[in-house]
Design a protein around this ligand. Structure first.
Ligand SMILES: CC(C)(COP(=O)(O)OP(=O)(O)OC[C@H]1O[C@@H](n2cnc3c(N)ncnc32)[C@H](O)[C@@H]1OP(=O)(O)O)[C@@H](O)C(=O)NCCC(=O)NCCS
Length: 186
């Protein structure tokens, strides 16, 4: 897919501007967005990531379906052309040139809260072989702080009960409301 649009989904500078010192979770071995671990890089999603296993990774989270390269490009560009809305971050194993972790921050613009913005964290996944190395934590903490940085008045996410303990360490708490859902397809 070289030459079409390899630019990142959003400005990578934003990841460097995050104030890591105000994080609520703790990390061993100096893990941070600049230093995710040996041969690992944390960066925005790129168009090329179609060929780097991004969709296979998402397949460890949910049903991905048949997504052609053209469909991927179209969706990537549609997201990119919604400024300040979609922040998909990935972790790449630079030795294997494979995407091994990802999470998404979506910014919802509101009329309420003085035309405020709410952030939602979605699609958090770390490839099975890389779990237990603080990478899931790194992805969620990075996006939580990014949400703060871009001015969200509130951040939220939906998760299974099994993952509640995982999300509590970043400051998320169950708010007692129901999460309602209706599916029209898989
Ligand atoms: C959930 C997931 C992203 C965690 O990624 P990971 O890289 O293995 O997690 P980390 O190594 O960063 O774990 C950090 C901490 O959370 C804990 N933890 C990890 N997964 C957990 C879970 N499902 N429930 C509770 N605690 C969990 C770890 O024990 C660790 O605790 P510690 O810091 O006290 O040692 C990963 O298991 C995954 O991709 N699962 C499948 C997809 C999924 O369920 N996504 C979440 C959708 S809401």
């Amino acid at each position: 897919m070289n030459g079409i649009d390899e630019k990142p989904l959003f400005n990578p500078e934003l990841l460097r501007q995050i104030d890591w010192s105000v994080r609520k979770s703790s990390f061993k071995d100096g893990i941070s967005p600049e230093n995710p671990g040996k041969n690992l890089q944390l960066r925005p999603l790129m168009m090329d990531d179609y060929d780097q296993g991004f969709l296979n990774l998402l397949g460890q989270l949910t049903s991905v379906g048949e997504v052609t390269a053209a469909a991927f490009q179209k969706r990537f560009l549609a997201m990119k052309h919604c400024p300040n809305t979609y922040y998909v971050v990935v972790l790449e194993d630079t030795n294997k040139q494979q995407v091994i972790g990802s999470a998404t921050l979506v910014i919802e613009q509101k009329f309420i809260h003085s035309t405020g913005c709410r952030g939602r964290i979605e699609d958090v996944v770390v490839s099975e072989d890389y779990r237990g190395q603080q990478l899931g934590k790194l992805l969620v903490e990075t996006l939580t702080l990014l949400g703060k940085e871009v001015g969200c008045y509130k951040m939220s996410l939906e998760c299974k009960e099994d993952n509640v303990r995982f999300y509590k360490c970043f400051g998320y708490t169950p708010d007692g409301q129901y999460f309602m859902v209706q599916r029209f397809s898989d």
